[in-house]
Design a protein around this ligand. Structure first.
Ligand SMILES: Nc1nc(=O)c2c([nH]1)NC[C@@H]1CN(c3ccc(C(=O)N[C@@H](CCC(=O)O)C(=O)O)cc3)CN21
Ligand SMILES: CC(C)C(=O)C(=O)O
Ligand SMILES: [Mg+2]
Length: 276
């Protein structure tokens, strides 16, 4: 296919659908995904032209105060997802299947995904997967549930993978290629690759027909994703290697809170302007 087969540029699309992401891959147009967990961020990212919003299981450590992704539950993610979907017009909303909500059986995967769509109003689900989860992806696809597959570093397997480590170095690249091809074959509409060497990601992107999304996977993927609080500089501590901070929200919010506290303590707020 050539550029002449395209419909409209992604930026002009009114409601982002899976077929628009597939078209982006075909015409080599990039798309943009950020996480979102509530109304204001979702609304702002919609208005800023972000194409896909991910209600990540990273809500575990970015909303619920856990140290990692493992404790967050389906019951905790569903209301966040519903809030995000209710707050946006244009973006495609994808919800993570949290740890423990899909592994047991293909039925469990379908039941959890149905809840993410019926109660959470998600348009698609994302599954941290390997080739061994091809039956799960296939069961979801057959049930009419679009699945984004997530390979490479997968935080739900932190303990099995031995920590937060780049995946697919050296001979291990073959394993990721097998995962990618099996998950595409099973029906995944998109492939997310996390923390893998750029050359490996480039090879996988070229080998699959479906669009790819990278986080710490270099520049050759169709789309890029970051956790929004990382992107906006809200988190504490040193940013991960794959993060670029486009704002300093932590600093801004600290200053605002300090200024409010100071004025209250001094009796400088409220003034007559803010008083009935
Ligand atoms: N705030 C936040 N950002 C994320 O990107 C994120 C989450 N939370 N929670 C779920 C997972 C966990 N992720 C993580 C967590 C830690 C590293 C990390 O420590 N990276 C280091 C070392 C990598 C290495 O050298 O192998 C880095 O500097 O990137 C990476 C991804 C990605 N996801
Ligand atoms: C890191 C991204 C891709 C994710 O899965 C999440 O935020 O949960
Ligand atoms: Mg996740």
């Amino acid at each position: 296919m050539t550029d002449s087969s395209r419909t409209v540029p992604l930026a002009d699309v009114k409601h982002v659908r899976i077929r628009h992401l597939q078209e982006a891959k075909r015409v080599r147009e990039r798309f943009v995904m950020l996480t979102a967990y509530e109304q204001y961020a979702a609304e702002i990212f919609d208005q800023a032209g972000i194409d896909v919003l991910l209600v990540g299981d990273s809500a575990s450590n970015n909303v619920y105060g856990h140290k990692n992704s493992i404790p967050v539950t389906l019951d905790q993610l569903i209301p966040l997802c519903a809030a995000v979907t209710r707050s946006v017009q244009r973006p495609l909303v994808v919800a993570d299947l949290p740890f423990g909500s899909f592994e047991v059986s293909t039925s469990q995967a379908v039941e959890s995904s149905v809840r993410l769509m019926k109660e959470g109003l998600a348009h698609a689900v994302k599954m941290e997967s390997t080739k061994h989860f091809a039956p799960h992806v296939s069961a979801l696809t057959n049930a009419g549930i679009p699945v984004m597959a997530h390979i490479g570093f997968t935080a739900q397997r932190e303990h099995q993978l031995g920590g937060y480590r780049v995946q697919g170095r050296g001979d291990d690249a073959k394993r990721l290629m097998e995962d990618a091809l099996a998950l595409q074959e099973a029906g995944a509409f998109c492939l997310l690759m996390e923390m893998i060497p750029e050359d490996v990601a480039t090879g996988i992107d070229a080998a699959v027909d479906i669009p790819t999304i990278g986080i710490g996977a270099g520049a050759s993927t169709t789309g890029q994703v970051l956790v929004w609080q990382d992107m906006a500089g809200l988190g504490s501590g040193k940013p991960f290697t794959f993060v670029k901070q486009y704002a300093n929200l932590r600093e801004d919010l600290t200053k605002a809170a300090q200024a409010f506290a100071k004025e209250v303590r001094q009796g400088a707020f409220p003034t007559l302007d803010h008083t009935f």
